[in-house]
Design a protein around this ligand. Sequence first.
Ligand SMILES: Cc1cc2nc3c(=O)[nH]c(=O)nc-3n(C[C@H](O)[C@H](O)[C@H](O)COP(=O)(O)OP(=O)(O)OC[C@H]3O[C@@H](n4cnc5c(N)ncnc54)[C@H](O)[C@@H]3O)c2cc1C
Ligand code: FES
Length: 357
Amino acid sequence: MSTKYYPLHIRDLRRETPDTVSVAFDVPLELRDTFRFTQGQHLNVRAVVDGQEVRRSYSICSGTHEGDLRVAVKKVEGGLFSTYAVERLRTGDTLEVMPPQGHFYTDLKPSNRHLYVAFAAGSGITPVISILKTSLVQEPNSRFLLFYGNRGFDHIIFREQLEELKNRYPDRLAVHHVLSRESLGSELFQGRLDGEKCRAYGRLLFQPAEVDAFFLCGPEEMIFDVKETLENIGADSDKVHFELFSTVGMPKTSNPAATTRKDTFDASVTVIQDGTRFDFQLTSDGSTLLDAAMRAGADLPFSCKGGVCSTCKAKILEGEADMEVCYGLEPDEVAAGYVLTCQSHPKTKRLVVSFDA
Ligand SMILES: Cc1cc2nc3c(=O)[nH]c(=O)nc-3n(C[C@H](O)[C@H](O)[C@H](O)COP(=O)(O)OP(=O)(O)OC[C@H]3O[C@@H](n4cnc5c(N)ncnc54)[C@H](O)[C@@H]3O)c2cc1C
Ligand code: FES
């Protein structure tokens, strides 16, 4: 996985709603392979905004067949980069962009006759529409059911595109908008998209046990409420896939693979990156492995620093570390010794961590 940033020009910038823009990048011919993506993946972006370096992640909203590398950014109240992107970015500007990353997808096969069900809210539609478009093209016999929650009609990102897709695939795509502050004439689709609504849809509109994969993306509360409900109404938990955009307000230990460590202590740490070893002493001030290493002079990859994007992933070769949260790792990666360094604290006095593994 390349964690290098490449400067990419903005080829097209489209206002999708009053507070959302989609941004398409110009990918030079020699970087086409580097920026090839799988549906549902995201890009890490680096920019300097008002003199401050910011790193953020944005999901790709294009289908893999569309020849377009496009993300969508929705303005978050008081948000540094999202406000900059929505209000000040222009076509022709340059952003530094890392090649696509992420595991929010399932493998597609033309012979599949699958049923996919997605629950998205607000900007959570971004990876979901990529998955939806790609699945419908790559699997001509599969069907897709989308529940998409927003405040009102004007806030529906990709509204026209979803309409067009519905017309193109009348028998294979169903889109149900769920609005919290406007009425569509049916109580079933009015209110917040949550576990209760999911239970009702699972009774009336799909059979949970017959769904091949669920995709959830939106605010954390929605994701975990819907996920728990799906599992309670008969969905196989292995089939429920989700993408978190942040862990603001999430309990630190809500992931079974995560642990919280309070009694940190000094450790002698070696970081291996690009074949080079970097040694430093981590003192017990509660800093994460990533922050301590960067303070000591290492230049390491990271983006969200919230345990969700997995850019800071590394493998422990010697010693042990605890993580605060680890949403960005699959259980098999945790079992193989990978950690998110932005969430890690040494558990042993000697630690060797490789970013090359
Ligand atoms: C894998 C991944 C994919 C993502 N994909 C998208 C995407 O497709 N579209 C998109 O718009 N965003 C996406 N995000 C979120 C994005 O990376 C930023 O977190 C978001 O744009 C806010 O950045 P900011 O600089 O504007 O806000 P900041 O200046 O970082 O934060 C400002 C305030 O907003 C709060 N905040 C931060 N992020 C969020 C959030 N997501 N929701 C609510 N409050 C928040 C912070 O706690 C803070 O109080 C994704 C994140 C990840 C990890
Ligand atoms: S920087 Fe995103 S998980 Fe660590």
